[in-house]
Ligand binder design. Structure first.
Ligand SMILES: *[C@@H]1O[C@H](CO)[C@@H](O)[C@H](O)[C@H]1NC(C)=O
Ligand SMILES: *[C@@H]1O[C@H](CO)[C@@H](O)[C@H](O)[C@H]1NC(C)=O
Length: 350
């Protein structure tokens, strides 16, 4: 199955680490042309950070490192040193919106790190490579890499190449760190929640649950504990650790699917795990807006350049929670220019 990942890192004013499957010959493929666009544009330089670690070793190291540096959790929200947001880019293409993200990050050095997971197999695997647990693996590697890399990484936001920011960095940062919600258990203690969707009343939940066979998920995951939700989450450091330390549920969710049409492991694993481990510590909604109206083949609506307007951005921000949506997907690559054109006056004005 998956071979050991190689972790590469680019360092400039930000940290950019690429974690991907070990297959040296494929590296060139990833680096060719615009393959490193996100990085080339940031004029970074590259070096091998760590090679040949298998996942388990990587997760162990990240866990141990975090246990040692447990103090970082209590640093949330304090001013010195400032907590950072780790942006985890999960992509199987170039980062089309790199110039937009650069504007987003500009002048916020020291408050974020960027990690990119590129799957060198993506273009040679025909579409339909979904229904496998590879996206879970990729997200877990990103989390582990980011946990290990910087103890100040306090929130971990999973982003895809089709995602755009809906607000300025400062707006996101202060929403996450300066606006704790009160915990239902102890209202006087502020709580930093993880933003992850957890849905239990989906009509197709049962089909999804039995996608690997009828009793396969038992006893670890009874049907009434099974959840679905967007894989695009923003997790606290504590919950990122829960994810990389888990082996019990992962053993189940990595089993092959028999019914490929009801199998989206990455939309089940994270919500189910976190709803079992710490339901009160999670918002049960995501900060990433998506439009499922008129979806095709399990893919949401993809916005094209003609649809991009200040009004759309305003619409996409509106949520039913006390937080505005911070990101939106999916946007086609040719939306870049219209988005750049209104970056200062619309997207990042808040
Ligand atoms: C969602 O997508 C549909 C097309 O499938 C479109 O008509 C609608 O305007 C979109 N909604 C928003 C809020 O963008
Ligand atoms: C907000 O809630 C209403 C009513 O449940 C629903 O129709 C609408 O789609 C929700 N909006 C968003 C952005 O989730």
């Amino acid at each position: 199955m998956l071979a050991a990942p190689l972790i590469w890192s680019w360092i400039c004013n930000v940290h950019v680490a690429w974690a991907f499957y070990e297959q040296e010959r494929k590296l060139k493929w990833v680096f060719r042309g615009g393959g490193v666009s996100g990085c080339a544009l940031l004029s970074c330089w590259q070096y091998v950070l760590r090679a040949g670690l298998d996942d388990l070793a990587l997760f162990r190291r990240a866990t141990l490192a975090s246990l040692g540096g447990g103090a970082t959790v209590s640093r949330l929200g304090t001013t010195n040193p400032k907590p950072k947001i780790a942006f985890l880019f999960l992509t199987n293409t170039d980062l089309h919106f790199a110039p937009l993200w650069e504007l987003f990050f500009q002048n916020n050095e020291g408050l974020y790190n960027i990690y990119v997971h590129a799957d060198p197999f993506s273009k040679i695997t025909p579409p339909g490579g979904r229904a496998t647990p590879t996206l879970i693996s990729a997200a877990r590697r990103l989390l582990a890499t980011a946990l290990l890399d910087d103890p100040l990484n306090s929130y971990f936001a999973l982003i895809s190449q089709h995602c755009i920011p809906l607000h300025s960095f400062q707006y996101l940062y202060s929403s996450l760190f300066l606006k704790p919600i009160s915990s239902p258990k102890s209202p006087s203690f502020p709580m930093y929640p993880s933003f992850i969707e957890m849905i239990s009343d989906e009509p197709l939940l049962w089909d999804r649950y039995i996608a690997r066979g009828k009793n396969v998920m038992l006893p670890e995951v009874p049907f009434d504990r099974f959840r679905i939700g967007s894989q695009f989450f923003v997790l606290t450091r504590q919950h990122a650790l829960v994810v990389i330390r888990d082996r019990r549920l992962w053993r189940k969710f990595k089993l092959p699917c028999l019914n490929l049409y009801s199998c989206y492991p990455e939309e089940h694993y994270f919500p189910t795990l976190l709803s079992m481990e710490d339901p009160d510590g999670c918002t049960h909604y995501t900060l990433t807006r998506v439009n499922w109206t008129g979806s095709v083949d399990g893919h949401p609506h993809t916005y094209g350049p003609a649809e991009v307007s200040p009004r759309l951005i305003e619409e996409l921000r509106v949520s039913n929670s006390s937080y505005s949506f911070m990101f939106a997907r999916k946007f086609s690559p040719d939306c870049l220019q219209p988005l750049l054109d209104m970056a200062d006056n619309v997207l990042f004005r808040d």
